[in-house]
Design a protein around this ligand. Structure first.
Ligand code: T46
Length: 157
């Protein structure tokens, strides 16, 4: 009985240590007659130190990715080529899903904390670059939506 109780509580006791928020960041374009360049520097034009970079490309038509939240990760998503849309859900009852279109290499989307995200409507040429403040760690993921709602609730208390 005690073991069962512990297992039932396991998911809802997860604590997020970073604020839950998302915002767009516009990067300055260093342009000249040759074309454009954007520089991203730790704690200067982004609010964290980058530990990991990954990119999502060659996404097949109609594929939707994501369907998870993170406990403590901060990330910035940039469509360096093509376009896609990011659906953001903070798990609050009054929440209306926010849909952000990424279609410009000078636009970043900062996401921190308990936000359920889906990536949809990838154009065939989309290269979605992601900067993260931590290494890959599967235990930071919440991949079950009901568990996500429980974690959001327990983090409100
Ligand atoms: C996120 C959105 C925007 C690794 O081995 N290392 C990595 O750094 C990452 C990101 C993934 N993986 C492995 C884990 C899976 O076996 O690559 C596979 C695909 O990952 P996942 O299904 O989580 O990919 P997405 O596109 O659903 O989500 C990714 C990130 O995982 C996630 O943190 O916020 O992009």
């Amino acid at each position: 009985m005690e073991i069962l109780q512990k297992n039932m509580n396991k998911n809802t006791q997860k604590k997020s240590l970073v604020p839950t928020k998302f915002e767009s960041i516009n990067f300055e374009i260093k342009g000249d007659s040759r074309g454009s360049l954007i520089a991203i520097e730790n704690n200067k034009n982004i609010p964290f130190e980058i530990k990991r970079v990954y990119y999502i490309f060659d996404t097949k038509i109609g594929v939707e990715r994501g369907f998870h939240a993170h406990l403590n990760l901060q990330q910035i998503l940039i469509a360096v080529s093509g376009s896609c849309q990011i659906v953001l859900d903070n798990g609050k009852p009054e929440n209306n899903n926010e849909i952000i279109t990424l279609n410009n290499p000078n636009q970043g989307l900062y996401i921190s904390g308990l936000i359920w995200r889906k990536m949809i409507n990838f154009s065939p040429d989309c290269v979605l670059l992601v900067l993260a403040d931590d290494f890959y760690n599967e235990s930071d993921y919440i991949r079950n939506y009901d568990e996500f709602l429980k974690v959001v609730k327990s983090n409100e208390q």
